[in-house]
Ligand binder design. Structure first.
Ligand code: NAP
Length: 344
């Protein structure tokens, strides 16, 4: 039963973007009994083919990947699971289309985790559009459990927090070319330096994650410092995601860093390293809390590639039930395991 007494039913989902993440999400949705009512893609290699084949499931699903989002969304759905890009400049129009069609959105797009300061105009417009159409836009992914809620839950055991500092490492090759592109993988160190000097660095993950953390703790941002540095190849490195070798002196990733001071006192810092892994590299999620008491949180073998997608799928019922609007991650409530078939 739902909260209004109606019998629970299955979820009608559109898969929006069938890249590395969209393919895993498709497999998890099928496992969880979701009714996949449409799929949206871009490249001629994918459009017109069955979603099950494009996602590598080894069987058809009877759902074609289509290029026209309007057509797919106009057939109706409860929610679109969007795995396409990372910044609202690119994603605003995709999200707006879903919302205009009365379709909720859950996405792994990074800026929507906390878009209010880095993309305030897009955030306000999408919030208004979602409210007007009675639906919700929210982001999940690795930020949701490992980089935000895991840490804020730990802070529930603090008597006093002076400083919270995180260090996360993930493999560019676990994701598709979209991610490698954001991190300038394959570009020369000089080209990257010139780009950052002339155009600045569009903060990728660390800033939005920390801002969501500060907001969820009810604290007030006093100042924000962010920086980025390239991770350069010392010898030729094969990047599987791009399908070619990266030459010495060229980027295999970046280290994105943000520090926030709050009016109330506690400080927050996050170093986010995304790079093409070499031998011995492994996913890491490590947080230190200085205060009373000092505490530490360490997850080894997180498998961000998989848990990004499993967290996203577990969020589907939460997002459908959430109040209409753009719900940044600080407002969405704690994530949780949803056993078996997804029902709403
Ligand atoms: N929050 C997190 O934890 C998290 C984790 C991983 C990734 N991400 C983000 O999620 C995004 C996807 O990652 P990924 O590894 O799946 O990248 P990917 O393999 O490059 O996939 C991106 C997909 O978006 C599709 N696409 C691009 N423009 C499109 C358009 N206009 N219409 C329809 N489809 C379009 C591409 O289609 P074609 O293949 O047809 O070109 C591709 O399938 C990235 O921005 C990444 O940064 C977030």
């Amino acid at each position: 039963m739902t909260t209004d007494g109606a019998p629970a039913r299955g979820v009608r989902v559109v898969v929006y973007g069938v890249g590395a993440m969209g393919a895993i999400v498709t497999r998890l949705l099928v496992d969880r009994g979701a009714d996949i009512v449409g799929a949206i893609g871009r490249s001629p290699e994918k459009v017109g083919r069955d979603l099950g084949e494009v996602a590598g499931l080894g069987r058809t699903l009877g759902v074609l990947v289509e290029a026209d989002p309007r057509l797919v969304l106009s057939r109706g759905a409860d929610i679109a699971v969007v795995c396409v890009g990372s910044y609202l400049d690119k994603m605003q129009s995709h999200f707006a289309l879903c919302l205009e069609h009365g379709v909720n959105v859950v996405t792994i797009e990074e800026e929507t985790v906390f878009p209010w300061t880095t993309a305030p105009d897009h955030a306000a417009a999408l919030d208004e559009l979602a409210r007007a159409n009675g639906v919700t836009l929210a982001a999940s992914g690795a930020q949701d459990v490992f980089w935000l809620n895991h840490v804020t839950t730990l802070l529930g055991a603090s008597h006093r927090v002076d400083r919270v500092a995180g260090r996360c490492v993930w493999n560019v090759d676990d994701y598709g070319p979209e991610v490698a592109g954001h991190l300038f993988v394959g570009q020369s160190g000089d080209a990257f330096a010139q780009h950052v000097a002339s155009k600045g660095w569009p903060e990728f993950v660390a800033r939005q994650t920390l801002e969501a953390m500060v907001a969820s703790l009810g604290l007030t941002v006093k100042s924000i410092k962010s920086d980025v540095e390239p991770v350069l190849a010392n010898s030729p490195v094969l990047c599987r995601s791009l399908g070619h070798e990266i030459q010495p002196g060229h980027l295999i990733g970046t280290i994105d860093w943000t520090e926030i001071a709050t009016e109330e006192g506690p400080q927050f810092a996050l170093e986010m390293k995304g790079c093409v892994y070499g031998e011995g590299d492994a996913d890491c999620n490590h947080w230190q809390v200085c205060g009373e008491p000092d505490m530490e949180l360490r997850n080894e073998g997180v498998s961000y590639r998989f848990t990004t997608c499993s967290t996203l799928v577990n969020r589907i019922p939460d997002v459908i039930r959430a109040r209409p609007g753009l719900m940044s991650l600080d407002k969405l409530g704690p994530p949780g395991y949803k056993h078996g078939a997804l029902r709403i």
